[in-house]
Design a protein around this ligand. Structure first.
Ligand SMILES: [Zn+2]
Length: 169
Protein backbone atom coordinates (compact mmCIF):
# COMPACT_ATOMS: atom_id res chain seq x y z
CA UNK A 1 0.00 0.00 0.00
CA UNK A 2 1.30 3.45 -0.81
CA UNK A 3 0.43 6.42 1.35
CA UNK A 4 -0.14 9.71 -0.41
CA UNK A 5 0.62 12.77 1.66
CA UNK A 6 -0.82 16.27 1.46
CA UNK A 7 2.03 17.49 -0.72
CA UNK A 8 1.45 14.72 -3.25
CA UNK A 9 4.55 12.82 -2.22
CA UNK A 10 4.38 9.09 -1.94
CA UNK A 11 6.74 8.25 0.88
CA UNK A 12 5.69 4.87 2.11
CA UNK A 13 5.28 1.64 0.31
CA UNK A 14 3.75 -0.56 2.95
CA UNK A 15 3.46 -3.98 1.51
CA UNK A 16 3.07 -6.67 4.04
CA UNK A 17 6.26 -8.62 4.52
CA UNK A 18 6.29 -12.28 5.48
CA UNK A 19 5.92 -11.39 9.19
CA UNK A 20 2.89 -10.76 11.34
CA UNK A 21 2.91 -7.20 12.65
CA UNK A 22 3.88 -8.00 16.28
CA UNK A 23 7.39 -9.11 15.27
CA UNK A 24 8.21 -5.42 14.97
CA UNK A 25 7.88 -4.87 18.70
CA UNK A 26 9.93 -7.95 19.55
CA UNK A 27 12.47 -7.22 16.87
CA UNK A 28 13.42 -3.72 18.04
CA UNK A 29 13.92 -4.93 21.61
CA UNK A 30 16.94 -6.81 20.33
CA UNK A 31 18.65 -3.69 19.00
CA UNK A 32 20.84 -1.46 21.16
CA UNK A 33 21.13 2.23 20.34
CA UNK A 34 24.73 3.37 19.97
CA UNK A 35 26.00 6.86 20.54
CA UNK A 36 26.57 7.41 16.82
CA UNK A 37 22.97 6.53 16.16
CA UNK A 38 23.41 2.98 14.91
CA UNK A 39 21.08 0.34 16.25
CA UNK A 40 23.28 -2.66 16.87
CA UNK A 41 21.78 -6.10 16.74
CA UNK A 42 22.49 -7.63 20.15
CA UNK A 43 20.94 -11.06 19.66
CA UNK A 44 22.57 -13.68 17.44
CA UNK A 45 25.26 -12.95 14.87
CA UNK A 46 26.48 -14.74 11.79
CA UNK A 47 30.23 -15.47 11.73
CA UNK A 48 30.62 -12.73 9.11
CA UNK A 49 29.26 -10.13 11.53
CA UNK A 50 25.71 -9.70 10.32
CA UNK A 51 22.88 -9.88 12.82
CA UNK A 52 20.79 -13.03 12.78
CA UNK A 53 17.15 -13.66 13.68
CA UNK A 54 15.29 -16.89 13.02
CA UNK A 55 17.95 -17.98 10.54
CA UNK A 56 17.70 -14.75 8.56
CA UNK A 57 19.80 -11.62 8.23
CA UNK A 58 18.52 -9.15 10.84
CA UNK A 59 19.05 -6.04 8.70
CA UNK A 60 16.97 -7.57 5.91
CA UNK A 61 14.22 -8.34 8.42
CA UNK A 62 14.48 -4.72 9.66
CA UNK A 63 13.92 -3.56 6.11
CA UNK A 64 10.91 -5.82 5.62
CA UNK A 65 9.28 -4.76 8.87
CA UNK A 66 9.58 -1.07 8.07
CA UNK A 67 9.58 -0.82 4.28
CA UNK A 68 8.04 -4.02 3.00
CA UNK A 69 9.22 -6.86 0.83
CA UNK A 70 12.70 -6.74 -0.69
CA UNK A 71 12.52 -7.05 -4.46
CA UNK A 72 14.03 -10.36 -5.67
CA UNK A 73 17.75 -10.10 -6.31
CA UNK A 74 18.26 -6.89 -4.33
CA UNK A 75 20.55 -6.50 -1.36
CA UNK A 76 19.97 -4.41 1.74
CA UNK A 77 23.17 -2.39 2.23
CA UNK A 78 24.42 -0.19 5.07
CA UNK A 79 25.03 3.55 4.67
CA UNK A 80 26.88 3.51 7.97
CA UNK A 81 29.11 0.60 6.96
CA UNK A 82 28.29 -1.35 10.12
CA UNK A 83 27.06 -4.87 9.41
CA UNK A 84 25.39 -5.28 12.79
CA UNK A 85 23.29 -2.13 12.42
CA UNK A 86 19.54 -2.59 11.87
CA UNK A 87 18.46 1.07 11.97
CA UNK A 88 16.06 1.41 9.02
CA UNK A 89 17.31 4.81 7.87
CA UNK A 90 20.88 3.49 7.77
CA UNK A 91 19.82 0.88 5.22
CA UNK A 92 19.31 1.17 1.50
CA UNK A 93 18.53 -1.17 -1.34
CA UNK A 94 21.33 -1.93 -3.76
CA UNK A 95 22.41 -4.54 -6.21
CA UNK A 96 25.40 -6.84 -6.25
CA UNK A 97 27.36 -4.47 -8.46
CA UNK A 98 27.01 -1.65 -5.92
CA UNK A 99 28.07 -3.98 -3.14
CA UNK A 100 31.14 -5.13 -5.08
CA UNK A 101 32.05 -1.53 -5.91
CA UNK A 102 31.84 -0.65 -2.22
CA UNK A 103 34.14 -3.58 -1.44
CA UNK A 104 36.61 -2.52 -4.11
CA UNK A 105 36.61 1.12 -3.01
CA UNK A 106 37.10 0.30 0.62
CA UNK A 107 39.43 -2.65 0.18
CA UNK A 108 37.00 -4.65 2.29
CA UNK A 109 33.28 -4.73 2.85
CA UNK A 110 33.22 -1.07 3.76
CA UNK A 111 35.36 1.13 5.93
CA UNK A 112 33.32 2.62 8.73
CA UNK A 113 32.98 6.32 8.15
CA UNK A 114 33.36 8.35 11.36
CA UNK A 115 30.64 10.76 10.27
CA UNK A 116 28.64 9.25 7.45
CA UNK A 117 25.37 10.91 8.34
CA UNK A 118 25.00 14.60 7.78
CA UNK A 119 22.30 17.19 8.09
CA UNK A 120 18.84 15.82 8.55
CA UNK A 121 20.14 12.28 8.46
CA UNK A 122 22.29 12.86 11.49
CA UNK A 123 20.83 10.92 14.39
CA UNK A 124 21.22 13.95 16.64
CA UNK A 125 19.08 16.05 14.32
CA UNK A 126 15.52 16.82 15.28
CA UNK A 127 12.68 15.31 13.34
CA UNK A 128 12.19 16.86 9.95
CA UNK A 129 8.90 17.91 8.41
CA UNK A 130 9.14 14.81 6.22
CA UNK A 131 9.63 12.60 9.28
CA UNK A 132 6.51 14.15 10.78
CA UNK A 133 4.58 13.36 7.61
CA UNK A 134 5.89 9.80 7.66
CA UNK A 135 4.94 9.43 11.31
CA UNK A 136 1.37 10.52 10.56
CA UNK A 137 1.23 8.10 7.63
CA UNK A 138 2.59 5.25 9.74
CA UNK A 139 0.01 5.99 12.40
CA UNK A 140 -2.78 6.19 9.83
CA UNK A 141 -1.70 2.79 8.52
CA UNK A 142 -2.29 1.26 11.94
CA UNK A 143 1.13 1.19 13.61
CA UNK A 144 1.23 1.79 17.33
CA UNK A 145 2.62 5.09 18.62
CA UNK A 146 5.23 3.27 20.69
CA UNK A 147 6.57 1.31 17.73
CA UNK A 148 6.74 4.50 15.67
CA UNK A 149 8.52 6.23 18.54
CA UNK A 150 11.10 3.41 18.65
CA UNK A 151 11.60 3.69 14.91
CA UNK A 152 12.46 7.38 15.05
CA UNK A 153 14.20 7.42 18.42
CA UNK A 154 11.70 9.79 19.99
CA UNK A 155 9.25 9.43 22.87
CA UNK A 156 5.72 8.14 22.50
CA UNK A 157 4.27 11.48 23.75
CA UNK A 158 6.17 13.21 20.93
CA UNK A 159 4.55 10.87 18.42
CA UNK A 160 1.18 11.55 20.02
CA UNK A 161 1.62 15.31 19.60
CA UNK A 162 2.59 14.87 15.97
CA UNK A 163 -0.29 12.61 15.00
CA UNK A 164 -2.75 14.94 16.72
CA UNK A 165 -1.38 17.87 14.75
CA UNK A 166 -0.18 19.68 17.86
CA UNK A 167 3.44 19.55 16.83
CA UNK A 168 5.05 19.64 13.42
CA UNK A 169 8.66 18.66 13.98
ZN1 LIG B 1 24.05 2.27 11.42
Amino acid sequence: MSVHLDDGDVVLHLRRGPFPVPIGERFWCKAAVREQGCWDWKAGRYPNGYGKISGRLAHRVAWEITRGAIPPGWLVLHRCGRKECVRPDHLYLGNKRQNLRDCKDAGQYRTPNPNPLRGERHPGAKLTARNASEIRAFYASGRSQSSIAALYGVSQPTVSLIVRGLRWV
